[in-house]
Design a protein around this ligand. Structure first.
Ligand code: PRX
Length: 666
């Protein structure tokens, strides 16, 4: 590592003094707050820490288990087993259980498509319809040869069939590995290869801001690079022409639609793998984070219920705007919401298509009650102008959420006033792909909120700020964020890489989970996340490793060496700045050629990883700023990228001429 973030940034957030208490009338409006006060929170929190097995055993007992567990927790750091000996099925608990309990005709999923030529395309699924569709899909998967324990890769846009496919895998005990539809063929190939996945589910294409993402074409290209995949199930969403490989490719409507709706849920062990989700780290290729069934199921559902105050039978409609390709969509569109019997709203489109009022139009038409999005989106809305918001009736909203990156107090205040009408608590939820669910977050109705702080740990989460040696830091001082004891949805490993799992999360601070974030806890006990302390960046709330982007750049024949750092970005929070040295023969002769090469390199990164990884700024230099021992001075690059011209210690910089070039002065 790793230089910790500048103290100026830390100070600026800690001067925030505004505190927002639960708005009057909130509890009645939401159908009763689950946690009514801070006293109630403190009491339940203390109990969850003092008696985790009692607390989580109770939480788990409302689910159906095909075999009860023998022990709630077996903890042998870093290995946790939850609900040991128990057998269950998460698909059953999300879907069939609702039908069995007499709620089969209630709405489980509401979906709206992106195109808006005429009336919007809306589909709804009751729990019974969802059960039938999932069963058909599960039967089709079985016929293609999918067995318990197999890993099925899913690469789709935001269509209901994505949720159906995930639940179908879970139903038969197969694990899924969902890949965000914005990733490239190369990224698909890497993930398929790592998971040795023999089955893939995709679509002919996906809508994105009025144009078509060629999903099938990307898959075809990916499968040229890896030969594990035997069967590809293809959903027709767009109707565009696609290449076809007989024997390998199967249309969804040919193999799913005619299947039987009888497909019993397979009982699986509580620790049976539910899904893999690839995420970026400091080094190397993205890692497959392993989540298992029982603990994840209980934790995702309890956090969703408590943090968003989901109450059935009160006309609530919950909308999380994330893509299911990220963990937020896994936990808070699908697995955490369905068990709570509040309709989960899925949206295919972008916030500004066909115009920047689209989200608010959706909120108004569907009477959305809980709304969960990323700070990046909020900043974009602020920029697009209040008129797009003011046109719409947002009075249905009751709870607002944010996730993925620190929220700046200005964006928080705008969200609070313009979207929440000053009557909706904002839950700023800190968590990660690895944690499976919310870790530090306000609870609406109880926690006083402060713009920019994610406030207090969720039940059972023993979060601490420590120094490099694992020493707990006093309130008010910054350090590393760590979790001292296991929680049910924690990752169980990195697929195929035990050593990396241990090294990344458990070595740095002995006996604790190291999150990779710097943070501080203030005198009120509130946590403030300062951002990553490793080489991971959050671009628009999407997680990328700087090294991944560097590898993509040097895989281009013109680039010899690349250094990538994050830089402040008005909308994205963090943008990507790349510094490259070039092959002598590829050095651009003039401004025109420089522009063309930058364009080519951005394109190249898009092909290697996906559009989200394209650098915002690329600068060419004859040499990298390095210390005498040859290490790239990343901190210096970060400052240059941020345009910071402050005094700094440059005594270790080998070649001072480099500096002027990096700043674009020569
Ligand atoms: O740096 C933190 C940031 O996002 C990282 C986790 O990214 P990912 O695994 O992609 O999961 C994102 C969605 C859960 C964290 O290490 N992060 C997430 N939520 C917040 C946040 N930073 C500040 N405030 C948050 N609420």
């Amino acid at each position: 590592m790793t230089e910790t973030k500048t103290s100026a940034a830390i100070e600026s957030v800690l001067t925030e003094e505004r505190v927002f208490h639960t708005p009057a009338g909130f509890s009645e409006a939401i159908g009763g707050a689950y946690v009514e006060s801070m006293e109630d929170y403190e009491r339940q929190y203390q109990r969850s820490i003092d008696d985790p097995e009692g607390f989580w055993g109770e939480a788990a007992s409302e689910f159906d288990w095909m075999r009860p567990w023998d022990r709630v927790l077996e903890w042998n750091c870093p290995d946790a087993k939850w609900f040991v000996g128990g057998q269950t099925n998460i698909c059953h608990n999300c879907v069939d259980r609702q039908v069995d309990q007499g709620h089969g005709d209630e709405v489980a999923i509401i979906w709206e498509g992106e195109p808006m030529d005429g009336a919007p395309e809306v589909r709804t699924f009751t729990y019974r319809e969802l059960r039938d569709e999932v069963s058909r899909c599960a039967n089709a998967l079985k016929k293609l040869g999918v067995k318990k324990g197999d890993i099925v890769t899913i690469y789709l846009g935001m269509v209901p069939e994505l949720a159906v496919a995930m639940l179908a895998c879970a139903r038969i005990g197969a694990a899924h590995s969902v890949i965000f539809g914005g990733f490239s063929a190369q990224a698909i190939a890497d993930r398929v290869e790592d998971a040795r996945s023999r089955f893939l589910i995709t679509g002919d294409g996906a809508w994105r801001r009025g144009s078509v993402v060629p999903l099938k074409e990307n898959v075809d290209q990916a499968l040229e690079m890896t030969d594990h995949v035997e069967h590809v199930l293809v959903l027709k969403r767009i109707g565009n022409d696609v290449d076809w490989k007989d024997g390998r490719d199967h249309w969804w409507h040919d193999v799913v639609d005619g299947e039987s709706t009888e497909c019993p849920c397979e009982p699986v062990d509580s620790e049976h793998m539910l899904f893999l989700l690839y995420t970026s780290g400091s080094t190397g290729k993205p890692k497959g984070i392993i989540h298992t069934t029982g603990g994840y199921m209980v934790y995702a559902a309890l956090t969703a219920r408590t943090v968003f105050n989901l109450v059935p039978d009160r006309g609530q409609v919950y909308w999380c705007t994330a893509d299911i390709g990220w963990v937020t969509g896994h936990s808070y569109i699908v697995y955490g919401v369905l068990p709570n019997r509040v309709p989960t709203f899925m949206f295919e489109g972008a916030p500004n298509h066909p115009d920047p009022g689209r989200f608010w139009d959706v909120v108004e038409r569907h009477k959305v009650t809980q709304f969960y999005t990323a700070p990046t989106a909020i900043r974009a809305f602020m920029k697009w102008g209040d008129e797009h918001v003011e046109k719409h009736d947002l009075s249905s909203l009751k709870v607002l959420g944010t996730v993925g990156e620190p929220i700046n107090p200005e964006a928080w205040m705008w969200y609070h006033k313009k979207i929440g009408g000053e009557r909706c608590p904002i839950v700023d939820t800190w968590w990660q792909t690895e944690t499976g669910g919310h870790m530090i977050t306000p609870l609406p109705g109880a926690t006083p909120t402060v713009p920019g702080s994610c406030t207090r740990p969720f039940f059972g989460i023993d979060a601490v700020i420590v120094d490099e040696h694992g020493e707990e830091q006093p309130l008010g001082s910054g350090g590393l964020l760590a979790i001292r004891s296991p929680w049910p949805a924690m990752l169980r490993g990195i697929y195929g890489d035990r050593e990396r799992f241990v090294d990344t999360y458990w070595k740095r601070i002995k006996g604790m989970y190291f999150a990779g974030d710097g943070a501080r806890r203030d005198e009120r006990g509130n946590f403030w996340i300062m951002g990553r302390v490793d080489d991971v960046i959050n671009v628009s709330g999407h997680r990328l490793g700087t090294m991944e982007v560097e590898s993509a750049l040097v895989s281009h024949e013109a680039v010899v060496e690349a250094a990538v750092v994050g830089m402040p970005h008005e909308i994205k929070g963090t943008g990507i700045a790349a510094f490259c040295t070039l092959e002598p023969s590829r050095k651009p002769a003039d401004a025109e050629a420089t522009k063309a090469l930058i364009k080519e390199l951005r394109q190249h990164v898009g092909v290697e990883i996906g559009a989200i990884a394209k650098p915002d700024v690329i600068r060419f230099t004859d040499a990298m700023p390095k210390t005498r021992s040859g290490k790239i001075m990343r901190r210096l690059l970060r400052d240059i990228a941020a345009g910071v011209e402050r005094e700094q210690d440059m005594s270790t910089l080998e070649d001072k001429n480099v500096l002027a070039q990096l700043r674009g002065e020569s």
